[in-house]
Design a protein around this ligand. Structure first.
Ligand SMILES: [Zn+2]
Length: 486
């Protein structure tokens, strides 16, 4: 692969429109992972053409070994696909095309990482494609065989910030685009260059350790300090950090490991409020971390906490009839009891509570953005500072969880987990919505590479004309990427 070389995939007439879309998705995967320029379509002068055709129906090499597809020569080759019905299904064809494109780019097999795109089993009789996705081994192999390669564009390429059991959050309100990141079970502070989404300089260790964390959340407070909370299932960690990275305070709250889901916020007075949602009873317990769980306030419904400019808000889902419920919001009083509950939207509440997911909520302008998935249907609500709904929408397509929202010029950018049209796997995507009506304005765009591992959106911030996204992949790697407004 020469720097700046453009590859065009030309599929033979035997393929269906779906295969063209999947080949383009496979090309996208390499483009966002390593910065190649591969596309499907009409070649122009200077393009390198790679043909994709069906092979003969025996699907065996000369030595008798079976295959599902192959590339005739590393780098120089054409791609041949077994014309077998199973091979031509969406999920297999995508995985196969990603793998063969790797060979076209010069990559050899990776034998010790079964989840890698370039993995091939040692035993050729098991010519079955396993579920694979892009891993650091694929990226390292690309770098090994393409020294001196120049990325097509520094923006738009997925960057790895942490491998394995990572978690990350932008420090909300921080102009320096800093990220709190869990790496090797230690929490660190990292600034991102918005032009490339790469780390700008070395990470600052915070001297805080945890097991695998989730719901990592950090927000600037008065004076430039920031407050952060995170969960590692058995405990909630709460820390106060100076802009320099010096930890002012660090408290841990032990919680039950049974059927609890946890959320926590730090309010303006520095008080840490923790929510323990109990699905079986459809109730949530709120408590002040300084006083412990014994003095909890019980709220009917399962819900989460959001730190709004006017104070902490509880957003919950409550059953109002055997088959009906409501998404509601309320500020919390001194005693953590919800005050003046406002119903945001009615929801169809299934008998089976497993069809209900915890709502997700966060600040938007002076008010609140909340979303929930009940019975596979997504509900979006925007409310003002009094929590009065401004708009509610039920998009025709289900998506979520984890929308993180940025507003600009009457539009909202929402990052969420959604399916692509061929339903290969769920990926992190971004789309623009009307800020007033909450109607989707343009199609979803993928952020995570199209592969077999789902990924989840962790954060989205605005920078100049564009956005910087944080997301976690199915194998736990934390990635970042800059992108245009969707
Ligand atoms: Zn191969």
């Amino acid at each position: 692969m020469r720097p700046n070389e453009s590859l065009v995939l030309v599929l033979s007439d035997e393929f269906e429109p779906m295969h063209h879309r999947l080949a383009a998705a496979a090309a996208d995967g390499w483009n966002v992972e390593v910065g190649t320029r591969i596309r499907v379509g009409e070649p122009v002068a200077g393009d390198r053409i790679v043909t994709v055709a069906l092979s003969d129906p025996d699907c065996r090499f000369d030595n008798g070994d079976p295959y599902v597809g192959y590339t005739s020569d590393l780098r120089e080759g054409a791609i041949f696909v077994c014309p077998d019905e199973a091979t031509l299904t969406a999920s297999t064809f995508l995985v196969l095309m990603q793998h063969e494109l790797g060979h076209v780019l010069g990559l050899e097999h990776i034998e010790d990482e079964p989840s890698a795109v370039m993995y091939a089993p040692e035993d050729p009789d098991t010519a079955v494609l396993s579920i694979t996705g892009f891993t650091s081994a694929d990226r390292a192999e690309f770098a090994r065989v393409n020294p001196g390669f120049v990325e097509a564009t520094p923006c738009g390429i997925n960057r790895t910030l942490a491998e394995g059991d990572g978690a990350a959050s932008f420090v909300r309100g921080d102009p320096n685009h800093r990220v709190v990141i869990l790496r090797d079970q230690a929490l660190e502070l990292l600034a991102l260059d918005p032009e490339s989404a790469r780390p700008a300089g070395a990470a600052t260790p915070l001297g805080l350790e945890t097991e695998r964390a989730f719901d990592l959340d950090a927000t600037t407070t008065t004076g430039g300090d920031f407050a952060m909370t995170w969960n590692d299932r058995q405990l909630v960690g709460v820390a106060r950090v100076r802009p320099t990275g010096e930890v002012i305070s660090n408290d841990e709250v032990e919680v039950d490991d049974d059927d609890f889901v946890i959320d926590a916020v730090v309010d303006e007075d520095g008080r840490t409020i923790v929510a323990v949602a109990r699905f079986g009873a459809l109730e949530t317990h709120l408590f002040d971390a300084a006083e412990g769980v014994e003095t909890s306030t019980k709220v009917e419904g399962i819900g989460v906490l959001a730190a709004l400019p006017n104070g902490p808000v509880f957003v919950g889902l409550r059953r109002t009839a055997p088959d009906a419920g409501v998404l509601f919001a309320a500020y919390l009083g001194e005693d953590l009891a919800p005050t003046a509950r406002v119903d945001l939207a009615e929801v169809p509440f299934p008998e089976d509570d497993s069809r209900v997911l915890l709502p997700i909520a966060g600040p938007l302008g002076d008010g609140l953005f909340a979303t929930s998935i009940v019975n596979d249907a997504t509900i979006l609500v925007r409310a003002d500072a009094d929590l009065t709904p401004i708009a509610a929408q039920r998009p025709s397509e289900s998506f979520g969880p984890a929308p993180v929202v940025v507003e600009r010029d009457g539009e909202l950018a929402i990052i969420a987990t959604a399916y692509d049209e061929d339903f290969v796997s769920s990926e992190v995507m971004v789309a623009a919505f009307d800020a007033t009506t909450l109607e989707r304005l343009r199609p979803w765009r993928r952020i995570g590479a199209p592969d077999a591992f789902p990924s989840f959106g962790d954060g989205l911030i605005e920078d100049g004309d564009g956005l910087v996204a944080l997301f976690t992949e199915g194998l736990g790697a934390v990635r970042s990427r800059c992108l245009a407004w969707p």
